[in-house]
Design a protein around this ligand. Structure first.
Ligand SMILES: Nc1ncnc2c1ncn2[C@@H]1O[C@H](COP(=O)(O)OP(=O)(O)OP(=O)(O)O)[C@@H](O)[C@H]1O
Length: 306
């Protein structure tokens, strides 16, 4: 039995200007114990899919099973299997951290949960904040509490919707160490993130969504291996030559260009010379997940039939 099964899931939202199809026939399974990444640009439909999974939004067509339970017909059973860390920081400001976790335990009917609550607080670096009021916490601390809340009933399936947006390096490391431990202990993890480095490091398999459709569904290692081209990376001291527009990944002064072979590298450098520009810190590297992502998202480069 898969941990999660998305079966021909479609979603059409009604809007003031008519209707909008956010998901279009999404089908894939996530197996028991997988660390699975769901990637896609803004508006691709990731949060919609997760909201349907969590029973917060109704699919227009298709169905979703969690540990074999239909999220609509067997809502309580399905929800009990899931720990969802939402994207937005929603919390009740009147409770302390420990109270919030106790209330959440009660919501799931879990009694005598203090030992696990203490372990969650310690593992997420919240032990000294247990008695602090939620409204006294920083944004990063609140995010830690959201993670603890999602895990309070020890769900077999953990869903993280952009858990590291706006989170500092230390918390990221704490969070990933803890989630990786839970994954090693057998929990299935579904992660959406815009930090492709994190997805590359953590996820064994990845689905990419584009405009509501699955456009890639593969093991992370296969995605990276299939990307045959190398990348030429350098710092540029002037404006990007027109020849590179639409091809280059540009971050400030850093320019990264696909380069299949030595000849193409030479061509790129010739363009720079002809433009009278200087380059520094030139290197050639293997493609990473961000290169694959940008390639798959460009028109006509889908890796599974749309
Ligand atoms: N309640 C709603 N009513 C109408 N349209 C909606 C609603 N919720 C989402 N949408 C639209 O559906 C599309 C998918 O949104 P969704 O939030 O699922 O994308 P996402 O992949 O999670 O994006 P992001 O990376 O920005 O979080 C978007 O175009 C969005 O505007």
């Amino acid at each position: 039995m898969p941990a999660i099964s998305f079966q021909s899931v479609s979603k059409t939202y009604s809007t003031a200007r008519g209707s909008f199809q956010a998901l279009d026939g999404v089908s894939f399974d996530i197996e028991q114990g997988e660390f699975f990444g769901l990637l896609g640009p803004n508006g691709a439909g990731k949060t919609t899919l997760i909201s349907i999974l969590a029973g917060l939004v109704r699919a227009s067509a298709g169905r979703v099973l969690v540990q074999g339970h239909d999220v609509q017909q067997e809502y309580q059973l399905a929800r009990r299997q899931l720990g969802v860390v939402p994207q937005e920081l929603v919390f009740d400001p009147f409770f302390t951290v420990r109270e919030a976790l106790r209330i959440q335990s009660g919501y799931f009917g879990v009694k005598n949960n203090e030992a696990w609550i203490d372990e969650l607080l310690a593992s997420l670096g919240l032990a000294d904040k247990a008695s602090a009021n939620m409204r006294q916490l920083s944004g990063g601390m609140k995010r830690r509490v959201l993670v603890a809340q999602a895990l309070v009933h020890r769900p077999p399936v953990i869903v993280l919707d952009e858990p590291t947006a706006g989170v500092d390096v230390e918390l990221r490391q704490t969070l990933w160490q803890f989630i990786a431990r839970l994954n090693r202990e057998g929990h299935t993890v579904l992660l959406t993130t815009h930090y492709l480095e994190e997805a590359e490091a953590l996820c064994s398999r990845i689905a990419m969504l584009k405009a509501g459709k699955v456009v890639a569904l593969e093991r992370t290692s296969d995605l990276l291996q299939a990307a045959s081209t190398n990348v030429l990376r350098f710092k540029l001291d002037g404006a990007l030559p027109r020849e590179f527009e639409g091809k280059a990944r540009v971050t400030g002064r850093i320019v990264q260009l696909p380069a299949h072979d030595a000849h193409e590298i030479e061509q790129h450098l010739a363009v720079i010379r002809q433009a009278g520009l200087r380059v520094e810190d030139v290197e050639i590297r293997k493609p990473d997940l961000e290169d694959v992502f940008l390639d798959v998202m460009s028109v006509g480069r889908e890796r599974v039939p749309a």
